[in-house]
Write a protein that binds this ligand. Structure first.
Ligand code: SF4
Ligand code: SF4
Length: 246
């Protein structure tokens, strides 16, 4: 059976509860294609107390978005038949406090649209009912915004909206594939934040001397602020300048 997807407004309610008591416990942590956003990577590498480079090497694989030409980072799932997430255990998710945005949002999915005139973003929500998920049976009734609050997704959504803005700029100013060297720099800046922080190429590149970035001392800047700098670096250096200058 296929999942059913239905749109919901933020005030509308749905019935859902997930706990270790459900007989489908952990069923949703297998056989997935789990793309990670730059902020997901930041949270996971911090939680696991790893450098971003070690985290990426150990837990992820890289591909290229067919529509955007931008790097896509996904969790590397087990080679065994059940294609388990590397973080699922019999007791549940071992990175639960740092789980990715899509895991937090499930069984909802979030989309955004931008008003062309005002630039304002509007959120859209959908409820996904998958046949294997028993959380809808006898689940607690709650509104979409109550669920969103309970899952602590606000910063994820804020950072993911910034990433969507970057993707939109890429599609507008640099449609099609990036050159391999550019693609590598985008990957490093957005996902390998510790290299972006320490590697002299990124540390000393021209964006660091512009007025809006200069006050940030990268050796002391927190990861979240640095990710915002990195997004700005990508925007200014790679996406909206001519390829000759990149
Ligand atoms: S109830 Fe749904 S979300 Fe919870 S473990 Fe089962 S399949 Fe996963
Ligand atoms: S990160 Fe956690 S919640 Fe998300 S798929 Fe993996 S084990 Fe499940």
């Amino acid at each position: 059976m296929q999942p059913t997807v239905s749109s919901l407004e933020k005030h509308q309610t749905f019935r859902f509860t997930c706990s270790p008591d459900v007989t489908c416990f952990n069923a949703c942590c297998r056989n997935l294609n789990q793309a990670l956003t730059p902020y997901d990577v930041l949270c996971l590498k911090q939680f696991l107390e790893m450098s971003s480079g070690d985290f990426l090497n150990r837990y992820t694989e890289e591909s290229t978005g067919p529509g955007t030409g931008l790097p896509v980072v996904s969790l590397r799932f087990s080679d065994a038949d059940d294609l388990a997430c590397p973080f699922v255990t019999d007791a549940g998710c071992r990175v639960y406090p740092a789980r990715p945005a899509s895991c937090r949002t499930y069984p909802l999915a979030r989309g955004v649209s931008r008003d062309r005139k005002t630039g304002r973003l509007t959120e859209h929500w959908a409820l996904i009912r998958e046949p294997h998920c028993l959380g809808f049976t006898n689940g607690q009734r709650q509104a979409v915004d109550e669920w969103v609050d309970s899952q602590q997704i606000a910063t994820h959504n804020h950072m993911n909206d910034k990433m969507l803005e970057l993707i939109s700029l890429k599609n507008r100013f640099r449609p099609g594939p990036l050159r391999p060297s550019e693609r590598k720099r985008v990957y490093t800046a957005l996902y390998d934040l510790d290299t972006f922080r320490n590697d002299p190429y990124y540390r000393d590149s021209n964006v660091a001397t512009t007025a809006d970035i200069q006050p940030l001392d990268r050796s002391r800047t927190g990861d979240l602020d640095l990710l915002i700098v990195a997004m700005d670096w990508v925007r200014k250096n790679l996406l909206i300048v001519s390829p000759e200058k990149a």
